[in-house]
Write a protein that binds this ligand. Structure first.
Ligand code: ADP
Ligand code: MG
Length: 725
């Protein structure tokens, strides 16, 4: 049948009736290519595909209007006021005139009803408009209302002659669709798209859009049926109908995602095979009882328990550990790595940068002290000879713990029996990269993804919903909150004075400069001149300064970093390369230059570099005098809270989910209508309901859930479901 259709497509307008009958009886009308919709054809179809990714009837169905204009109402001219946006008026064309010179020419028409006069103005298409305008005829005019010198006006109104009183007022809300400039030139502006949707609907019946939600869910939340909802989202008879449709479809978007995620988790919990860490052995015990330099926090203990129970169940663990900066995630990871070694498995810890990998390695080396575990560091700059030796030891199983960077993912890195993978600061690693790591073992290793960039709950529920997650929301005791202040750069001298007083009291300080890709050259110059300035203020040999930035060779970076860690230098001038993870407890001041250029989570990360020791710490956000509204808001949030989870929520509100690092590429937020910030309540309800369903019917096999199952089976890729397999 497809052949026949393509053959006919050139003559499509002529034979459209026969053709559409054929389609209407087809079982899968929504899968039809968009060019076969009446009024589309090959050329427009091309543009719809390229510009809006509308390939099929189904895509068009889900191309929702972004607003509706109220054509149910005609406002008497005297009632027009500045609070109205779009209005429709009806009246007699009193007269019209062209004014202005070539280039500034415009056409003004005066429309008059019983109550007053309104000006209709055109700047473009004057010839064409003049052809339609007929004095003393009646017209309906629709458009955005403005007032000019107190008089109501519509610029470029939609104008329609009123033929008879009966069709004067059309009773519906007209959908207006997102479109593009190119489509407009093809006669598909925001309103004209509605014509296509209308034609599409005339072909559809309820059986083409079968219900996908279980009856009980529809009843419980009083949701419209799928067919009604899709019809009313496009063509509502009232605003209330539209709202109902919107609510139903938002719920559906969240619910379907949550069902799929719940199924993935449930499947993993029930079916995946995981390596078994049966016993708590010698290494874990002797470290826990003899080497632990402090009492664990309640949160650390709780997370340890959660992980231990995961790893003792015989199924693969896939867990996201969220802990605010400084909450002590490293030690938790180390304890589980020891547990793995106790059970005869190797562990690896992967960090996003060399500096971090090195630091983790140092920390762990120090903590382990005389505990007999084969431990090594592998990064891009590991010398070839050493590398060869490491790879061999790994393959033979002589190394229990390996710490490193992306270098660990490479094909040549083979483990004897990898059992546990820790990924620090996960959002710099893509899902695919993660997957490559766990393919390094016959039975997939347990995965712990750690992030110090708290993710708002709603986002974690959607973007990372395939993972189980733990939260470490408690800081080790004795930490004082970092005092955060905003200073204009006109007061740099005072700020540097303050830093000097801290240094003279034995502390250290960070001074951070932005380095942003788009303005890299300029930023780099700023960094250099900033460095010179700091150097002039803190002269050698009394003061020593380290400088670290991305353009240095790894070795030099490392040396400079190390000098600061050792306390040989008191000041670290740096770009954000030190953003994550670096731990120098003696540092008490974090000065961030051009703080307005940083995002909230970055600022919070940077601030987390101080306040790690016993001393009172300070974070100084320095900005120019000119601040945009958003920058001002960010600064205000930073000075008002130290809580990373709170900041993450605010960040999400300010920037929206699409902008949050790590979610853009994940494809997990396959949401068209729902918004995880504004529709939190719906998300929570959908998630709870989805989990209840999967708990009792994990494979969706009961009669009631079958329609849901079929629907989910009909979907492909795109959502978290596909991220795991
Ligand atoms: P993050 O969660 O940001 O990775 P780290 O693991 O680097 O935090 O820990 C931050 C600092 O807190 C380290 O110096 C670490 O030794 C210390 N620390 C961790 N847990 C505790 C604890 N329970 N009590 C005291 N200090 C702790
Ligand atoms: Mg860390």
């Amino acid at each position: 049948m497809y052949q026949v259709i393509t053959g006919m497509s050139k003559k499509i307008t002529v034979i459209s009736n026969i053709y559409f009958c054929a389609i209407a009886t087809s079982p899968n009308i929504l899968a039809h290519p968009i060019e076969y919709l009446k009024g589309v054809g090959p050329q427009r179809a091309d543009f719809l595909k390229k510009e809006l990714a509308i390939f099929t009837f189904n895509d068009l169905l889900h191309h929702y209007p972004y607003r509706h204009v109220d054509k149910t109402k005609v406002t008497p001219i005297i009632d027009l006021n500045a609070s109205m946006e779009y209005v429709q008026v009806q009246g007699r064309l009193w007269h019209y005139e062209e004014i202005g010179e070539r280039g500034t020419k415009r056409l003004i028409a005066y429309l008059k009803d019983e109550t007053g006069v309104i000006e209709l103005t055109w700047f473009k298409g004057l010839n064409w408009i003049e052809k339609i305008l007929k004095q003393d005829e009646n017209y309906l005019a629709f458009g955005r209302l403005t007032f000019f010198m107190g008089k109501p006006q519509i610029v470029h109104p939609e104008l329609e002659p009123v033929k008879s009183q009966s069709n004067a007022v059309r009773n519906f809300l007209e959908p207006i669709y997102p479109t593009t400039e190119k489509l407009k030139t093809k006669g598909l502006n925001g309103r004209q798209m509605g014509k296509l949707t209308r034609d599409l609907f005339s072909l559809l019946s309820e059986k083409d859009l079968p219900e996908n939600l279980p009856d009980s869910v529809l009843k419980k939340f009083r949701l419209l049926s799928r067919f009604e909802a899709l019809q009313q989202i496009h063509f509502p008879a009232s605003l209330d109908e539209y709202e109902q449709a919107l609510r139903r479809l938002k719920f559906e978007e969240f619910f379907i995602t949550q069902i799929r995620l719940a199924m993935v988790r449930s499947e993993r919990h029930r079916k995946s095979t995981g390596v078994l860490f049966e016993k708590v052995g010698e290494l874990f015990n002797s470290f826990y009882h003899q080497h632990l330099p402090f009492e664990l926090t309640g949160a650390q203990k709780r997370v340890l328990k959660e992980i231990r129970s995961d790893t003792a169940g015989g199924h693969q663990m896939n867990r996201l550990l969220q802990g605010d900066v400084g909450s002590g995630k490293t030690i938790v990871a180390l304890l589980i790595m020891l547990l793995a070694v106790d059970n005869g498995f190797q562990s690896c810890l992967m960090a996003p940068t060399e500096i971090l990998a090195q630091q983790h390695f140092n920390t762990i080396t120090e903590l382990l002290n005389d505990i007999p575990v084969g431990l090594h560091l592998l990064t891009g700059s590991t010398p070839a000879s050493e590398r060869k030796h490491i790879l061999q030891s790994l393959a033979e199983g002589n190394l229990g713990i390996i710490v490193g960077t992306h270098a660990l993912i490479e094909e040549v890195v083979q483990f004897k029996n990898l059992g546990f993978v820790v990924i620090d600061e996960q959002h710099r690693f893509g899902v695919a990269q993660r997957a490559r790591l766990w393919k390094k073992a016959k039975i997939p290793p347990h995965i712990l993804v750690m992030t110090a960039t708290p993710i708002p709950r709603t986002l974690a529920m959607t973007a990372y919903g395939d993972l189980d997650y733990s939260i470490m929301d408690e800081l080790p005791p004795g930490r004082q909150p970092v005092a955060t202040v905003h200073r204009y750069d006109t007061r740099r001298a005072q700020v540097l004075d303050f830093i000097r007083s801290e240094i003279d009291a034995g502390r250290q300080s960070y001074i951070i400069f932005p380095l942003i890709e788009e303005s890299a050259k300029l930023d780099y110059e700023n960094l250099m001149s900033g460095y010179e300035n700091v150097k002039a203020f803190f002269p050698e040999p009394k003061y020593w300064i380290s400088m670290v930035h991305g353009r240095q060779p790894a070795e030099q970076k490392e040396t400079n970093m190390q000098r600061f860690v050792n306390g040989d230098t008191q000041i670290m001038v740096s770009t954000t390369v030190i953003e994550v993870g670096v731990n120098v407890p003696n540092a008490s001041v974090m000065l961030i230059e051009s703080a307005e250029k940083f995002g909230l989570s970055q600022l919070h990360q940077l601030r987390g570099r101080v306040g790690r020791g016993a001393a009172k710490s300070y974070c100084i956000l320095m900005t120019g005098a000119q601040l945009g509204t958003e920058a001002r808001q960010r600064i205000k949030i930073m000075t008002s809270t130290n809580n990373g989870f709170e900041i993450a929520e605010k960040d999400l509100e300010l920037r929206g989910p699409g902008e949050i690092e790590g979610t853009k590429q994940s494809g997990a937020l396959n949401l068209k209508l729902a918004d995880i910030v504004k529709d939190k309540a719906i998300l929570n309800a959908a998630k709870k309901t989805a989990e209840e369903i999967i708990e009792t019917d994990s494979e969706l096999e009961t009669a009631e859930n079958l329609q849901l199952k079929y629907y989910i089976m009909s979907l492909h890729g795109k959502t978290p479901w596909s991220l795991i397999s």
